[in-house]
Design a protein around this ligand. Structure first.
Ligand SMILES: O=C(O)c1ccc[n+]([C@@H]2O[C@H](COP(=O)([O-])O)[C@@H](O)[C@H]2O)c1
Ligand SMILES: Cc1cc2nc[nH]c2cc1C
Length: 353
C-alpha cells in the first residue's frame, strides 16, 4: 500500500512550457501551419509529459500482463480458458501478433504472469509475479480482495520502475486473459454509466447466445458486488482482474516519473479508468492508441479525455494497437526534429489573413 500511495503522491503536473515550445517549432517548420494535424498534438502532449522541448525517440517497453478470470466458467469467451497460458508460451517464443508489432515498433517485451491459472514452466523471459491462480467468479462475490488488488497495482509499479531504471522512456500496455472483456465491460459500465447491455461486446468473437449470457453476467456482477465508482480500488477488487490491476500500476508508475503510457484497446482502457480513479493526474500521462471494436471503448476514452489515433476495427488487445500508435509518435518526433524551418529553407511564410 505504501508503494502505491507514494507513487500516486509523486505524479508531477505536466510541463506546459515544453508542449508550447513544440507547438511553436511545428509552426516554424516548412509546411502550412497546423497541417500535420493530430500528429502535432500527439508530439506536443508527449513533450508536456516528459518535459523535453526537443524530444528524442524514446526506448520503448511493452508490458504484457497475463491473468485468468474466474468469470470464464460462464462461457463468456469464444475460446477456452487454456488459451491464456497457451498464448503466454506463444509470446515467449516470439510468434504472437504482440511480438511482431513490438518488433515493428522497436519495443522490448516484458511478459508478466500476475494471475495465470496454472504454474508456468520455467523460462528466462517470464516475469513471475503471480498473485493468485486467477480471479474468483465475480457473479458470486468479489473477484479478489482489496489487498490482492493493491498487490496487482504494485506489481505494475515495480515493473514500471524497473524499466525506467533500465532507460525505457515509453510504455505500451498489453494483456492476455480469456474473459477479460467481461471484467472490462463491468468496469466500463461503472465509470461511463453505460448499461451492461450497452457496454458488453463480442470480445474474442462470441455469438448471440454467449452475448446474452455475458450481458447477464455483467448485470449480476454489478448487482452482487455494488462497486463504488468513487473508490477505484473497490471497483478493481470486486470486478477487475490481475491483468487490469498490473496495467493500472504501470500507468501510475510511469506517470510518477514522467514516463508516458500508450493505452491500447478496451481492456487497457479499463485499467486506465482504474488508474485515473486512483489518481486523476495520471490521465495527463496517457496516450490513446486505437478505437477498439468493443462497443464501450469510445465512451471510455471520452471519459478519460483521450483520443484514439487509429480506427481500424482492431480487437486483438496484446498491445498491438499501442505498438502502431508508438510508430506514429516516432514519426511525429522525427518530423519535429528533422524538418527544415522556413528560415533554414528560405521559404516565404504565410500571407497575412
Ligand atoms: O483490446 C481489445 O480491445 C480487445 C477486444 C476483444 C478481445 N481482446 C482480447 O481477447 C481476449 C479477451 O476476449 P474474451 O472474449 O475472452 O473476453 C483477451 O486476451 C484480449 O487480449 C482484446
Ligand atoms: C488466439 C488468441 C490470441 C489472443 N490474444 C489476445 N486475446 C486472444 C485470444 C485468442 C483466442
Amino acid at each position: 500500500m505504501e508503494l502505491l500511495q507514494q507513487t500516486i503522491r509523486n505524479i508531477p503536473p505536466v510541463a506546459h512550457q515544453a508542449a508550447a515550445a513544440v507547438k511553436r517549432r511545428f509552426d516554424r517548420l516548412t509546411k502550412p501551419q497546423g497541417s500535420l494535424g493530430e500528429l502535432e498534438t500527439l508530439v506536443a502532449n508527449y513533450a508536456g509529459m516528459t518535459g523535453e522541448q526537443m524530444p528524442s525517440i524514446p526506448r520503448k517497453a511493452m508490458v504484457l500482463m497475463a491473468g485468468d478470470h474466474g468469470v470464464a466458467v460462464h462461457g463468456v469467451s469464444a475460446y477456452p480458458q487454456e488459451v491464456t497460458v497457451q498464448m503466454v508460451y506463444n509470446y515467449l517464443s516470439g510468434g504472437a501478433g504482440a511480438n511482431v508489432l513490438a518488433r515493428h515498433a522497436g519495443a522490448d517485451m516484458f511478459i508478466v504472469d500476475v494471475g495465470v491459472r496454472v504454474d508456468l514452466k520455467e523460462h528466462p523471459r517470464i516475469i513471475n509475479r503471480k498473485i493468485a491462480y486467477g480471479t474468483e467468479d465475480f457473479t458470486r462475490g468479489p473477484a479478489m480482495t482489496r489487498e490482492q488488488a493493491v498487490k496487482g497495482l504494485e506489481v505494475g509499479i515495480e515493473i514500471a520502475n524497473m524499466c525506467i531504471d533500465q532507460g525505457y522512456g515509453l510504455f505500451a500496455l498489453a494483456e492476455m486473459g480469456i474473459g477479460n472483456t467481461t471484467a472490462t465491460a463491468a468496469i466500463a459500465s461503472v465509470f461511463t454509466g453505460l448499461s451492461p447491455e450497452q457496454a458488453v461486446g463480442r470480445g474474442s468473437g462470441i455469438g448471440d447466445g454467449r452475448l446474452k449470457i455475458k450481458q447477464q453476467v455483467v448485470q449480476q456482477a454489478l448487482l452482487v458486488n455494488k462497486p463504488n465508482r468513487g473508490d477505484a480500488l473497490d471497483v478493481l477488487s470486486k470486478i477487475g482482474g490481475y491483468d487490469i490491476a498490473g496495467l493500472a500500476g504501470v500507468i501510475l508508475g510511469g506517470a510518477a516519473r514522467r514516463v508516458p503510457t500508450v493505452i491500447d484497446g478496451v481492456i487497457a482502457t479499463g485499467a486506465a479508468l482504474i488508474a485515473a480513479g486512483l489518481a486523476p493526474e495520471a490521465r495527463n500521462y496517457m496516450i490513446g492508441s486505437h478505437l477498439s471494436a468493443e462497443p464501450a471503448h469510445g465512451k471510455m476514452l471520452e471519459v478519460l479525455g483521450l483520443r484514439a489515433v487509429l480506427d481500424m476495427g482492431m480487437r486483438l488487445g496484446e498491445g498491438t494497437g499501442a505498438c502502431l500508435a508508438m510508430t506514429l509518435l516516432d514519426a511525429g518526433i522525427k518530423l519535429l526534429r528533422d524538418m527544415a524551418t522556413f528560415e533554414e529553407a528560405g521559404i516565404a511564410t504565410a500571407e497575412p489573413r
